[in-house]
Structure formats: structure tokens, C-alpha cells
Design a protein around this ligand. Structure first.
Ligand code: ADP
Ligand code: MG
Length: 709
């Protein structure tokens, strides 16, 4: 016991293990760790209520419309019944207000509740309504006799914490969690250090940190709740931005990049003799931005954004050639094997006739070839290595790596990028290409440490893909349209969704579709290819090849074609069960067509019954082909948590802020962070001590996570 106490004293208050909190103990502590990833007082404090209920407001029974959301009513008990066999009993109390009746139901603790309930008594009833047999009821509500006097202001707002079944079984429902938070706030040592400077607090009219934590959990008034939210949202976004900006500015101040001063034969030959088209103005502008970085003596760390087909790959290639003109090797890393191969083929094709040695390295590269590649890289014979994650393996070493291009389908972790940097003494220049545009706010947060270039212009002559949404019953009409297009010599994709729950079901879905397609497009007039996830790579390649060589007119596929594949002659994209796809996926798929000169079409087929969100997705696709607009809508519909690639990045595990709803705060936090660093790039001034300290603590915490996971 003594030992425990002395152990406890070695922690600061916020670092104290949660088991020492009154009401927790080892068993609940274990559960809190498992279920909510909370192991210290500090982490528990940032487990903010996900909503609040105003205890002075009541819903009328006739107004109940929504399931599974907490409500509060005031009603009189009119009937109490015990129903069912003794083994399977429930207690039903019918209550009434002036607008109607609703049943309260208990399956457990029946006797106890029955004794306490008084007929004709009015209660305040709090719970989550649900529908059973077509009637509303509230299972296991909380009851309270209305107080004679009005509630004091500070008890009016009640915090609701999210809990889990396991926690509930140990008494930690939202109320139980609330009790623990209260214990923490009432702890004799409870004290929270301010981490913002007085200047910031005054300028932004923010409340202090301690008051914010108290009021976010137990608001003393609606106004203070609002202030607590703003203060904590600002703090959260500000420190992320401060850290990103500090990294960026630190890099810019370091003068530690390879200087690529020359534009030489490789670039000139390619540009004047191999490039068959004129660069778009956007491409020219971006290449200029990149050249300025490369010649600056700083290490480039640049994000290149542009819509599918806007010509990012070409910009990357020009950058690679600049590196080569300065005697540096490059590598290009893609997220999947298919995409790496596609890059390899496209880039090799574009470079044919130039004396550039390009190699492909992926997980399936044979040992012998792998060895040869490793040798060639060390000797400097290989100028450009294209590949997947295989590139960051330790035994891949370059003679003189000067440039890393990362093509991201999903975001590679920052840690993975860092691994690539370790591959040369001087950190290579880094160009990150995204497959599709990223919403502004997300880019600020996910890529805030990078400089940004945007290609906002499509190559000339590209006609926007015409998009139409139809219901499944119009399948015949769609097929007739496809026949016309095929008769004109065009090729067609028909895509089926992956339903993650079951691979066999996915396959069946696809096979059924394939059968339908074959029946509508029978041989020998038509030939149909099929690709799905369970085929061997060689089979997939074979089928893809048949389609590319125009031996088949239709490619039926699951979303494997989502990345990479470039078939200029394919002008029609049909997406079955389009309501099942996310917006960015739909946009990616549509980007597969419209790469040739013909007018391209995208047909979205869906069922008749659509959720509001699905309807919005489909109508957005029909309305616009602008990838930036689509990305913004996607973010608004789904929230940042669900966007591809954001979960694993960790940076968006925001506790309270929401980059969509709190865009204004985010932008303000970003500009303030930049302003402060402009003055004091290393946060060395005394007045910024608090900020520097907090950043150090953040880094420490992240390192510890790194050790754990
Ligand atoms: P992204 O990588 O942005 O999706 P790509 O670089 O793959 O786009 O370019 C798509 C297609 O457009 C390629 O076939 C490419 O050769 C072509 N392309 C790129 N830039 C231009 C341009 N300025 N004019 C005409 N075609 C271009
Ligand atoms: Mg591309």
C-alpha cells in the first residue's frame, strides 16, 4: 500500500494512472484502457461529452420522432403492468402528457422499479426511445420526481459520455463515467496548467484552460459551455498547426537540401523531342514552383494536387529528369503493385529513346532480379526506381538519391516517408502526389508541413465526362446505349461494388452481373472480360491485356480497376449499385474514362430507394466533374474520420475540433501559428515558453505511443 502511494507521487497530476482515481481501481482501469484508450488522468479529462442535454427542456410525447437519441419528457404514470412468464418478464409503465402516451419498459430490476413507481405521479423521464411492434417505448429510462424549485443553473446542462457495452456492464454508462469525471475535477490536486500565452488568451477572449476543462464536463451555464468548447477546439487545432508550421519553417531555414541548379540534356531532349503535346499553363506553373525549390538549397517537401488526369505524372517525370540532369537518382513510390506497374509502363514508354535506366521493384520481384537492382542502385547505373513499399526496405540503398516522388492513393504515414529520407546523407527532395484533390481544411491538417502546388487545369481538348443517374429498371435502355457505343468502336467498363462483409457474396454479385451482361452481349458478336479480387495476378493481367488490345469490348470488374489502369479507348463507365460507393471512389472510377478524344459517359445505376446521403452523392456526381468540389462535398457528408487514409495518420484523432465545422477556427489557428513563428521560429523567446513546453509534451506523448504500437 505504501509502495503504491509513493509510486503515485512520481507522476504529475495529469500523468497519474487512471486506476488511482476514486471509483476506478485496477479492473475498471483495465477496461477503460481497452475500451476507451484512456490510461491516465489527463487522457480521461479529454474524454469529452459527445453531447449535452438541457434538463430544463422537455419534449412532448407526440414530438418523439427519432430513435436512439436521448430525450427528456415530463409525464404522469397512468398504468403499471408486469407482462410475460416469470422467466421472461418485463415491467411496462404507461405514461401520459397532454399530447399522448408512451410505454416505459424494464427487463431487469423489475421488482425494485415496481416498488418505487407511484401511479399518477409525474416524473421527469430521460432515455432513448425505440420502436417496438410499431409503437414507441423507452427501455430502462431514468426517472426523477420534478424538483419543487427550479434547478440551479449549473445543474441544468447534463453531459452525455459515450460508453460501450462492456463498460456499462461494470457500471460505467454515461452517468457512471460522468461520476468519475466529477471525482477527477474534485480531486484535491486538480490543477491544470495554462498552455497558451496571456497574449493569445486576451486577443481571442479565450477562457483559461482549467475553467475550460471544468466547463466542458460540467457547464456552469450555456455561455460557459460555448466558451469552453471554443477554447479547447482552438487549443487542439492551434498546437497541430504550430507543430506543422514549425517543421515547415525549420526545414526552410535549414539550407540543407541538394542544390539542383542545372537543366540539361535529359530535360531538354525530353521536352523538345519526346513530348508530343504542349504543357498546360498549370503544369508549367507547378514545374516552375518545383524548380525554384530544387535550386534553393533547401530540401523540397511539396504536395502536388490535381484532379485525375490533370497530368501530375508528367510533372513528376519532369522533376525526375531535372534530378538526373544534376546526377541524382530518383525513386517513385506507389501504394499498390498495379499502380507501380502502370507508372513503370507509362514512364518507360515516355522515356523510350532517352538514355534513362528505369527499374521496377515490388513485392513480387524475384530474388535474382532484386539482387541485380540493389547492385545497380549502389553503382548508380539505375536512374529511376519505381515501386511499392518494397522501396523502403533496408537493403535498398542508392548511390546518390536526390528525389523521392510519392504517389498516394491513401496517405503513406509520415514515418514511412521518413524512412525514405534515411536513404541518403542529405535528405532528398520529396514530391507527394495525391490521387485526387483533398479538401482545403484536410490538406492544411494532414499536409500542413508541406508546401503545396495545385494543377487546376485539364489538358486541352478533354471533354467533361457526361454523367447520368438511372434506376435499375432502366437496365435495358442502358444496354441499348452500350451497344450503340460499342458499334462506334468504343469500349465499356461495368463495375460492381465490393460488399466487404463477405467475399463469396461479392463474387456472387459480380458473377450474376457477368451472366446478365453475357446474355445481353452474347458471343460471337461481343466479347466480355472480367476481373475480380480473387483472381491470380497473372489471370488479371491476361484479362486486362485482352481488353487493352481491344479483343474484348466490355470489362466487367469489381473495384480493382479503381487505381491506375489507363485505357484511352474506354469511353463508357457503368457503375452498378452506385449508391454503395463513396463519392471519392465514384470520382476515381469516372476518371478512368474520358482519357481519349471521344465524348465519354458515366452511368450510375442505383436502386429506387436511396438514403438522403446517397442521393446527394449521386446528384453531386451528375452535377460536377470538379474533383475539388467533389472532395469538399465528400468531407461534408462523411466527416474527416471516414475519409480514406485519415484514420491511420493519427493526426486527425481530434478530441473536440472538427475540421469541417470548425474551419474558421482552423484557419485562424493556422495564421496565428505562422505569425508567432515568423517572430520566433524556434520558440525560444520567454514569452513563448508555454507554447514550447506544450509542443515538447506532445512530441513526448507521440514517441511513447510509437513505442507502444
Ligand atoms: P494524373 O496523374 O494527374 O492522373 P496523368 O499524368 O496520368 O494524370 O495524365 C493523364 C493523361 O493526360 C496522360 O495520358 C498524359 O499523357 C496526358 N497529358 C498530361 N499532360 C498533358 C497535356 N499538357 N496535354 C495533353 N495531354 C496531357
Ligand atoms: Mg496518374
Amino acid at each position: 500500500m505504501l509502495q503504491l502511494v509513493s509510486m503515485q507521487q512520481t507522476f504529475t497530476f495529469l500523468e497519474t494512472p487512471i486506476e488511482y482515481l476514486k471509483g476506478v481501481g485496477p479492473i475498471r482501469a483495465e477496461l477503460l484502457k481497452k475500451e476507451l484508450q484512456v490510461s491516465t488522468f489527463g487522457e480521461f479529462l479529454t474524454l469529452f461529452p459527445f453531447r449535452y442535454v438541457d434538463r430544463s427542456k422537455f419534449l412532448k410525447i407526440s414530438e418523439i420522432k427519432e430513435e436512439n437519441s436521448y430525450i427528456q419528457i415530463k409525464a404522469k404514470v397512468v398504468r403499471i403492468q408486469t407482462i410475460g412468464t416469470p422467466r421472461n418478464q418485463r415491467l411496462v409503465a404507461t405514461v401520459r402528457d397532454e399530447t399522448g402516451e408512451i410505454e416505459l419498459v424494464w427487463f431487469q430490476g423489475i421488482k425494485w422499479v415496481a416498488e418505487k413507481l407511484s401511479p399518477l405521479q409525474e416524473y421527469i423521464i430521460f432515455g432513448k426511445p425505440s420502436v417496438f411492434n410499431g409503437h414507441w417505448n423507452i427501455p430502462h429510462p431514468e426517472l426523477e420526481i420534478p424538483p419543487v424549485k427550479p434547478l440551479p443553473l449549473r445543474e441544468i446542462i447534463r453531459p452525455i459520455y459515450s460508453s460501450t457495452e462492456k463498460l456499462k456492464s461494470k457500471g460505467l454508462d454515461y452517468k457512471g463515467l460522468g461520476r468519475l469525471v466529477k471525482n477527477l475535477l474534485l480531486h484535491p490536486k486538480f490543477l491544470i496548467q495554462e498552455n497558451l500565452t496571456p497574449e493569445i488568451l486576451t486577443a481571442l477572449h479565450l477562457i483559461n484552460r482549467q475553467d475550460a476543462f471544468v466547463n466542458i464536463h460540467f457547464p456552469q451555464s450555456p455561455e460557459l459551455l460555448k466558451k469552453a468548447q471554443i477554447r479547447l477546439k482552438f487549443e487542439e487545432l492551434f498546437f497541430i498547426q504550430l507543430r506543422l508550421a514549425k517543421q515547415r519553417i525549420g526545414r526552410l531555414n535549414k539550407k540543407s537540401g541538394n542544390k539542383f541548379l542545372k537543366v540539361g540534356d535529359f530535360v531538354n531532349q525530353f521536352y523538345f523531342h519526346h513530348l508530343t503535346f504542349e504543357l498546360t499553363n498549370a503544369q508549367k506553373r507547378v514545374i516552375k514552383e518545383i524548380r525554384a525549390d530544387l535550386g534553393s538549397g533547401n530540401q523540397m517537401n511539396r504536395l502536388l494536387q490535381g484532379d485525375v488526369g490533370s497530368g501530375k505524372t508528367l510533372v513528376a517525370l519532369m522533376t525526375i529528369l531535372i534530378a538526373l540532369d544534376n546526377n541524382y537518382q530518383s525513386c517513385l513510390m506507389a501504394p499498390t503493385e498495379i499502380l507501380a506497374k502502370q507508372h513503370f509502363q507509362t514512364i518507360s514508354g515516355m522515356l523510350s529513346g532517352l538514355d534513362v535506366n528505369v527499374k521496377l521493384l515490388t513485392g513480387s520481384t524475384k530474388q535474382k532480379e532484386r539482387k541485380e537492382i540493389q547492385k545497380g542502385l549502389l553503382l548508380g547505373d539505375i536512374h529511376l526506381l519505381i515501386g511499392t513499399h518494397a522501396l523502403i526496405e533496408e537493403n535498398v540503398q542508392f548511390k546518390k538519391l536526390g528525389l523521392v516522388v510519392i504517389d498516394e492513393q491513401h496517405r503513406f504515414g509520415v514515418a514511412q516517408r521518413a524512412k525514405l529520407w534515411e536513404k541518403s546523407v542529405v535528405t532528398p527532395h520529396v514530391l507527394v502526389m495525391t490521387a485526387t484533390p483533398i479538401p482545403r481544411t484536410l490538406a492544411m491538417t494532414l499536409y500542413g508541413d508541406l508546401d503545396s502546388s495545385v494543377i487546376d487545369e485539364m489538358p486541352p481538348g478533354r471533354k467533361p465526362v457526361l454523367t447520368k443517374h438511372v434506376y435499375d429498371k432502366e437496365q435495358l435502355k442502358v444496354f441499348r446505349f452500350l451497344k450503340d457505343k460499342i458499334a462506334e468502336g468504343q469500349q465499356v467498363y461495368i463495375v460492381y461494388p465490393l460488399i466487404k462483409e463477405s467475399e463469396t457474396l461479392d463474387l456472387k454479385n459480380l458473377m450474376d452481373g457477368y451472366q446478365t451482361v453475357i446474355q445481353a452481349f452474347p458471343p460471337p458478336s461481343y466479347a466480355v472480360s472480367m476481373i475480380h479480387g480473387q483472381m491470380k495476378q497473372t489471370e488479371k493481367d491476361q484479362e486486362m491485356k485482352r481488353f487493352l488490345e481491344r479483343k474484348t469490348q466490355i470489362l466487367v470488374a469489381t473495384t480493382v480497376i479503381e487505381v491506375g489502369v489507363d485505357v484511352p479507348n474506354a469511353a463508357v463507365m457503368v457503375i452498378e449499385n452506385a449508391e454503395r460507393f463513396g463519392l471519392s471512389q465514384l470520382h476515381q472510377l469516372r476518371g478512368r474514362v474520358g482519357r481519349g478524344n471521344d465524348q465519354a459517359y458515366c452511368i450510375l445505376i442505383s436502386g429506387y430507394e436511396l438514403s438522403a446521403e446517397a442521393r446527394k452523392r449521386l446528384s453531386t456526381m451528375v452535377r460536377t466533374t470538379d474533383g475539388f468540389e467533389i472532395a469538399e462535398t465528400d468531407l461534408q457528408l462523411r466527416g474527416p474520420g471516414d475519409l480514406q487514409g485519415t484514420q491511420q495518420s493519427g493526426i486527425l484523432n481530434l478530441r473536440i475540433a472538427d475540421i469541417v465545422k470548425d474551419e474558421k477556427i482552423l484557419k485562424y489557428a493556422r495564421s496565428l501559428a505562422n505569425e508567432i513563428l515568423l517572430d520566433d521560429p524556434d520558440l525560444k523567446l520567454e514569452k513563448n515558453d508555454k507554447l514550447a513546453l506544450h509542443l515538447r509534451q506532445m512530441d513526448l506523448r507521440q514517441q511513447n505511443w510509437g513505442l507502444i504500437s
